[in-house]
Design a protein around this ligand. Structure first.
Ligand SMILES: CC(C)(COP(=O)(O)OP(=O)(O)OC[C@H]1O[C@@H](n2cnc3c(N)ncnc32)[C@H](O)[C@@H]1OP(=O)(O)O)[C@@H](O)C(=O)NCCC(=O)NCCS
Length: 154
């Protein structure tokens, strides 16, 4: 049975991969569309863990591309559920690139994604409440709640 609530830490998910030649753009860097697919996959991991079942992407409303990631780098997408509504989940994704030759690791992209949990008929279904347990988690929760409220039509 689905729990009434889950701690924020339960849903944290990371996917890591090498930037392979088939993922590059004409400049020899990770193609933006490939990056967005990785962001979506990482967010799906967090959403499905929190929901305890299937969930779909409802919106990707922001992706900030701060730096190019060259082919051959390691790229990690770290996703966490920051806030939930009844059936929706606000997920932040941080992308880190690691330059294999130097071991240097930098935050290169950030994204905000909304997933919605669905039942076996494809209809939105309720998710557990989200419980932040650390100061950092409480700050993320409060920030995400304020962002969601700011988007509501007046
Ligand atoms: C996302 C989807 C399940 C919403 O279904 P719906 O019947 O329109 O949903 P409702 O209007 O009842 O809203 C349900 C929740 O989704 C949220 N939602 C719906 N559309 C949204 C959007 N574009 N952005 C953010 N949240 C959205 C609502 O705010 C609501 O949240 P709450 O329950 O926490 O208050 C449906 O539109 C869908 O299946 N879309 C296709 C998804 C898809 O193909 N994704 C890519 C492959 S995974």
């Amino acid at each position: 049975m689905l729990p009434d609530s889950r701690p924020m830490s339960h849903s944290v998910g990371t996917i890591t991969t090498f930037v392979m030649p088939h993922m590059q753009n004409v400049l020899g860097d990770l193609f933006g569309g490939e990056l967005m697919a990785l962001v979506d996959q990482a967010a799906a991991v967090a959403a499905i863990r929190h929901a305890g079942g299937p969930a779909v992407t409802a919106s990707i409303d922001r992706v900030d591309f701060r730096e190019r990631i060259p082919v051959g780098s390691l790229v990690s997408c770290e996703a966490a559920v920051d806030f939930v509504g009844n059936t929706s989940m606000d997920i932040s994704v941080e992308v880190y690139a690691e330059w294999v030759s130097t071991g240097e690791r930098r935050l290169t992209h950030t994204a905000h994604v909304v997933f919605v949990a669905i039942d076996e008929t494809g209809k939105p279904t309720r998710v557990p409440r989200l419980v932040p347990n650390t100061d950092e988690e409480r700050a993320r929760y409060t920030r995400a709640e304020a962002q969601r409220l700011s988007k509501r039509p007046a």
